[in-house]
Ligand binder design. Structure first.
Ligand code: HEM
Length: 480
């Protein structure tokens, strides 16, 4: 009898449990027990940040990505980096998903370190600030404007090479490439031409670039702390330039269309509000960082690979000399000349494939969604990685081999070559960067051949790729 009551009780409990389970299950979203992508959260608090950053410091940022693609999934894996739970999207289909779902499933997001260095993003949010920036740029980066920049870039490049490269038998490339792209940015973004003025920004920009993607620990001596101090110093100098421009615009001594600074000062939003001086300083600061460090890394790697691969140097030289010969003495490069630099651009693209200046980009999940059968919860951070396709033999055979012919004919498959990202957030400075890199290559090969002084110089990625010793070279000027 006792057994009978016990069985009855058990049956009752089971039925109630089953009823509750079915009731709960029916009204439950697939995200209450999400099928998260495979992956590991790493250590408490820091997650896998150290491994994410240190594979870059050791020169192999792709190792973090490929180790996990092999262990978990070739399309996506979860991790925890820079204090956030994140999913890394890998491969062409994943890139396509991220680039095609802007503001539908994903939106702009910057790590805490970036937001703290750019306080205006804290007042609104990364998404709003990114929109604001994109609205301001087309005027400045539209095709007619870009065409006007070519002779200015050429003239500045000529002055740069004759004052800093000519008459040297040895020099270190990376700081000079930075000086070139930074001088151009100062000239074209803010009409600052005085080289002494430009030089004063150099050291703080170096500190800022090193701390911008770092563990956000604001203690004296940390890269993050140094970056904040540097950004404050640069902002102060930019505010002086902005105030001076305001006065000059008022007195008719500056033109409303002369550069992006005038444009920012004179453009209001849909509510008739003008940007504050502080906001403008932050935007210019962002542009100076995004717009010069990336291109200088690309120029530096052009020098490295042309030194290592003389047969490729010869073809670039031939192409550039044909352009030189077609011009009258003293005539500056123009838009048509740039469009004739096809082989040189394939070489630059191969540089951007092997050593992409930006390793990838962050987004935030705007809502719960599924991708490849895995749940991505709202608020999680997403990261697309250039290496997951650039260094993947599925898309680029023998990925370590430098081969510009990959960019001839139809070129790489869609969503596989992504040094500038893709979709609506693709880098708005892509064409500007193409011009400055090609003008650099033209002026360089026209003057010199060169050799690396350290044959097996290590590469460090922090967060941009740079040769560990800044690429010292021996220069051999061409005979006149
Ligand atoms: C070789 C040079 C360059 C490379 C490799 C590069 C690469 C990139 C990449 C990968 C992104 C992120 C896209 C994403 O998050 O999906 C980006 C964004 C951006 N780049 Fe560039 N860039 C270069 C030069 C420039 C230049 C010269 C400028 C300015 C004139 C510029 C301005 C920007 C801006 C404003 C954004 C943010 C766009 C947004 O948030 O929607 N970049 N760039």
């Amino acid at each position: 009898m006792e057994h009978f009551y016990l069985s009855l009780l058990l049956l009752f409990v089971s039925l109630v449990t089953l009823f509750l389970f079915l009731l709960f299950h029916k009204h439950r979203s697939p995200f209450s027990v999400p099928n998260l992508p495979p992956g590991a959260p790493g250590f408490p608090v820091i997650g896998e940040s150290l491994e994410f950053l240190s594979t870059g410091w050791k020169g192999h940022p792709e190792k973090f990505i490929f180790d996990r693609m092999i262990k978990y999934s070739s399309d996506l894996f979860k991790t925890s980096i820079l204090g956030e739970r994140a999913v890394v999207f890998c491969g062409a289909a994943s890139n396509k998903f991220i680039f095609s779902n802007e503001n539908k499933h994903v939106a702009a997001w910057w790590p805490d370190s970036v937001n703290k260095i750019f306080p205006t993003t804290m007042l609104t949010n990364s998404k709003e600030e990114s929109k604001k920036m994109r609205k301001l740029l087309p005027q400045f980066l539209k095709p007619e404007a870009l065409q006007r920049y070519v002779p200015i870039m050429d003239s500045l490049a000529q002055t740069h090479f004759s004052s800093l490269w000519d008459n040297h038998t040895q020099l270190t490339v990376y700081p000079l490439a930075k000086r070139y792209t930074f001088s151009l940015a100062c000239r074209l973004f803010m009409s600052v031409e005085d080289e002494n003025h430009v030089a004063k920004f150099e050291n703080p920009f170096q500190l800022l670039a090193s701390g911008i993607i770092s563990v956000p620990i604001d203690l004296p001596g940390t890269p993050f702390n140094k970056a904040i101090q540097a950004a404050n110093g640069i902002r102060k100098k930019l505010l002086e330039i902005i105030r001076e421009r305001k006065v000059n615009l008022g007195e008719g001594k500056a033109s409303p269309t002369q550069d992006i600074l005038s444009h920012m000062l004179l453009t209001c939003d849909e509510n008739g509000q003008f940007m504050t001086e502080f906001d403008i300083a932050d935007k210019i600061l962002g542009l100076l960082i995004g717009g010069h460090d990336t291109a200088s890394a690309a120029c530096t790697f052009v020098v490295k690979y042309l030194a290592e691969l003389p047969h490729i140097y010869d073809k670039v030289y031939q192409e550039q000399m044909e352009i030189t010969k077609s011009k009258s003495p003293g005539e500056l490069l123009n838009w048509d000349d740039i469009n004739r630099m096809k082989y040189s651009w394939s070489v630059a693209c191969e540089v951007l494939r092997i050593a992409p200046p930006l390793q990838g980009g962050f987004r935030e999940a705007l809502n719960d969604f599924t991708f490849n059968g895995f749940s991505i919860p709202k608020g999680w951070k997403l990261y697309w990685s250039a290496h997951s396709t650039h260094k993947n033999p599925e898309y680029f055979g023998e990925p370590e081999k430098f081969d510009p012919s990959r960019f001839e004919g139809e070129g790489p498959a869609p969503y596989t070559f992504v040094p500038f990202g893709g979709g609506p957030r693709m880098c708005p400075g892509k064409e500007y960067a193409r011009l400055e890199i090609l003008v650099f290559m033209h002026n360089l090969v026209k003057r010199f051949k060169w050799q690396k002084i350290i044959p097996d110089e290590k590469i460090i990625v922090d967060p941009l790729p740079i040769p560990a010793n800044n690429l010292p070279i021996r220069l051999f000027p061409h005979k006149p």
